[in-house]
Design a protein around this ligand. Structure first.
Ligand code: SF4
Length: 452
């Protein structure tokens, strides 16, 4: 057993990381699907979209070849509608709500149709939005992820001068750095960010980290309002023996490396265990397999009924040849000369429901031992507790507390997205950015009248 990189040929990397949901091959193929839509009144697909995209309207526009209109309908509700068409768990959102499910027929492929319009808009740089003349107000945004970009675009359209401070050297946040490359490529993410910024009025200062290169205090002095959308990013530790062994990595870092270094540069083991069964765990497991790992096993402490990933995600892992061990929880990591060799897990049973309503796993005295050379920890992320502690922001376990106006306890500071909710979908972050922008507009309009 060994961990090493460059396991495959260039052709294999290309094939294994190619688009998992290919676009429509022809205009006719898109029209056939668009024309199946019933254009429902009070459409359930729209209601189930966190950003409220008018789905029947954009599909109707596709049927009349009004692709610009269709892209405008989508992007005016969700400026990251292109990326969301690739990464949203649509089976539990719009497509899951489509009335065709009630008739036991295939749901309208809403995501694929959304992609049909938005990809053209982004690739051809259609100027679908205009910025109003500057109103002489400046807003700072921390984080160029989905929440920050959505907030920035909404504010800039209203004539606000926006500066985004981003700790990475690229924008896009989770979309750019934290999602499997076969769902959305780094190139598409860069194009999408550039498309959003092409509106104008948004200056991005990369390599600027809150608490290091900038302080909240200074931002409040220099700007009329601040929006915090810096997400969550610290991997939860397993807190078991052997976590320091070589071969034990966290999923966030593993996926980040795949997205930033290129596939051949990322080392992977022969026998890999992934701890957890959320979307990040699935993305780590499937990509480990696609990088050339011989065996990949997902370890989950509950059963399929309680799993956080969707059925669709689970099927991707199964089709990639990943094994799943249910009702098992890591107990000890065993090594030799500092290198990981085995993972010992406790067998679990399900007890009473916990706060989440799911039955809680209880360890038994039985254990199982797996031979492994790599363990990828994907047991969730925890908020930037220290950073938030330093800022005097009210928080609950590191998650920023906001009111219904997206306002924090500090006047002029608003927040939204993963740094508030602890980690949800990209589309939820986009909506949080819109909500934050609407509240900031009310705040700065009020202060413009001298009542700040
Ligand atoms: Fe079309 Fe389905 Fe939405 Fe109805 S629910 S408008 S059929 S996509």
């Amino acid at each position: 057993m060994a961990i090493f990189n460059n396991r495959l040929t260039a052709e294999q990397y290309k094939e294994y990381f190619s688009d998992i949901h290919p676009p429509f091959e022809t205009r006719d193929a898109a029209l056939v699907e668009a024309n199946r839509c019933l254009f429902c009144y009070d459409a359930p697909c729209t209601k189930s979209c966190p950003t409220g995209i008018n789905v029947p309207k954009f599909i109707k526009q596709i049927t009349t070849d009004n692709i610009k209109g269709s892209a405008h309908t989508i992007l005016s509700s969700n400026i990251m509608g292109g990326g969301c068409s690739k990464v949203c768990p649509v089976e539990k959102l719009c497509e899951g709500a489509c009335v065709f499910n009630l008739m036991d027929e295939e749901a309208i492929p809403i995501a694929k149709l959304q992609r049909y319009s938005t990809e053209k808009a982004i690739a051809e740089k259609w100027p679908l939005f205009t910025r109003k003349a500057s109103i002489g107000k400046k807003v700072a945004i921390v984080g160029a992820g989905p929440a920050g970009l959505s907030c920035a675009h909404t504010l800039s359209r209203e004539g606000v001068d926006v500066t985004i401070f981003e700790k990475e050297n690229k924008g896009g946040g989770l979309m750019t750095f934290g999602i499997a490359a076969y769902k959305v490529t780094p190139e598409f993410c860069a194009d999408e960010v550039n498309y959003i910024l092409s509106l104008g009025g948004i200056d991005v200062k990369y390599n600027h980290e809150l608490g290091k290169d900038i302080s909240l205090e200074q931002l409040l002095k220099d700007f009329d309002a601040v929006f915090l959308g810096f997400g969550v990013g610290i991997a939860r530790q397993l807190q078991i023996r052997g976590e320091e062994l070589s071969g034990v990595v966290d999923a966030i870092g593993f996926i980040y490396a795949i997205r930033t270094k290129g596939y051949p540069s990322v080392a992977v083991g022969d026998k890999v265990a992934v701890i957890g069964l959320g979307m990040t765990a699935i993305d780590a497991a499937t990509q480990a397999k696609r990088l050339g790992a011989k065996e990949v096993t997902l370890i989950y402490r509950r059963t399929q009924e309680e799993m956080p990933c969707t059925e669709e995600e689970l099927n991707i892992a199964k089709l990639d040849g990943c094994e799943i061990i249910w009702l098992a929880s890591p107990k000890k990591l065993i090594g030799n000369n500092g290198k990981l060799t085995q993972l010992e897990c406790s067998k679990m049973i399900l007890g009473e429901p916990d706060a989440s309503g799911r039955r809680s796993p209880v360890a038994t005295n039985e254990t199982i031992v797996l031979d492994v050379d790599m363990v990828i920890k994907a047991a969730g992320q925890i908020p930037f507790e220290n950073l938030i502690g330093e800022t005097q922001l009210n928080n609950a376990g590191g998650k920023i507390v906001i009111d219904i106006e997206s306002a924090t306890n500090i006047t002029g500071v608003f927040a939204g997205g993963d740094c508030v909710n602890g980690g949800k979908e990209v589309v939820d972050a986009v909506q949080a950015g819109k909500d934050g922008a609407a509240s900031i507009m009310r705040f700065i309009s009020f202060s413009r009248k001298g009542a700040k």
